[in-house]
Design a protein around this ligand. Sequence first.
Ligand code: ATP
Ligand code: MG
Length: 271
Amino acid sequence: MTSSMARVGWADLPGEVREAVEARAGRVTEVENLDFGEGSEFKAVLDTPTGRVFAKATLIDGWFAPRLYAEARINPYVTRLAPRLLWQVRAGGWLVLGFAYVQGRHADYSPGSPDLGMLAEAVAALQDLTCPEHVSWPVERRWAGLTEQPQVMAGRALVHKDLNPRNVIISEGQAYVVDWATPCRGADWVELALLVPRLIGQGHSPHEAEEWAARFRPWRHATAEALDVFADAEAHKRQKLAAQWPWPNQIRTANGAWEWARWRASRLDSR
Ligand SMILES: Nc1ncnc2c1ncn2[C@@H]1O[C@H](COP(=O)(O)OP(=O)(O)OP(=O)(O)O)[C@@H](O)[C@H]1O
Ligand SMILES: [Mg+2]
């Protein structure tokens, strides 16, 4: 991933690609090019005769192609909480995905936010899903070299892995989860544990963040030792990520991860 990647607008896509999209989706009457995000070369909101579409595209032989293929492949399994993939088009060396557009806003994870209840419902729906057979990337690889016990994070549950508030869209009382680019397989509490530093980074105390997670059975079944290993490894991982991409949210989450790890370690001392 690179923040200096070239952004491509609808008009910059090869004519062959635009024609193939219009053959599938109908004539594109309005375009809003989106110039944020790090997960693809092209993102836009397209108006078509059948409705508004959120489109993402990448060069088929490019860096982002595996991410878009992963999103397309998992979509049928996760439509309870993700916008539906309406079509995918391969033309002129590009892969274009068209998702149902969700009119909404990014989630707010700060204390007292009503979005936390909707997030909990989305997470509950996620936990009800069976990990599709083809999703095999072991989540514990995230912490390779950062802990001697990565195997405590191993398991058979589906993990989205990036429930940052920009990947959670609040719309009409529901939280939609987008950006299924790096799904993996791991312990059933890992998704919750990945959220804890995000909650702390947004102003929750470690105790409050753990209380939020404790509404889910997998959290209550996780051993204290496994959570200690996770908190320490994730603090190191977050520190690396924040050094690589020193954006405000990365830094907040890294600080949250360290606060949590220190809090758990201090309790360890008194256990
Ligand atoms: N179906 C959708 N409807 C409306 N907006 C969407 C939809 N999917 C994604 N978005 C918006 O577009 C943003 C970027 O989408 P997404 O996260 O899938 O792409 P990305 O390239 O991985 O970007 P980022 O690096 O920001 O995560 C999301 O944060 C969300 O605000
Ligand atoms: Mg995203």
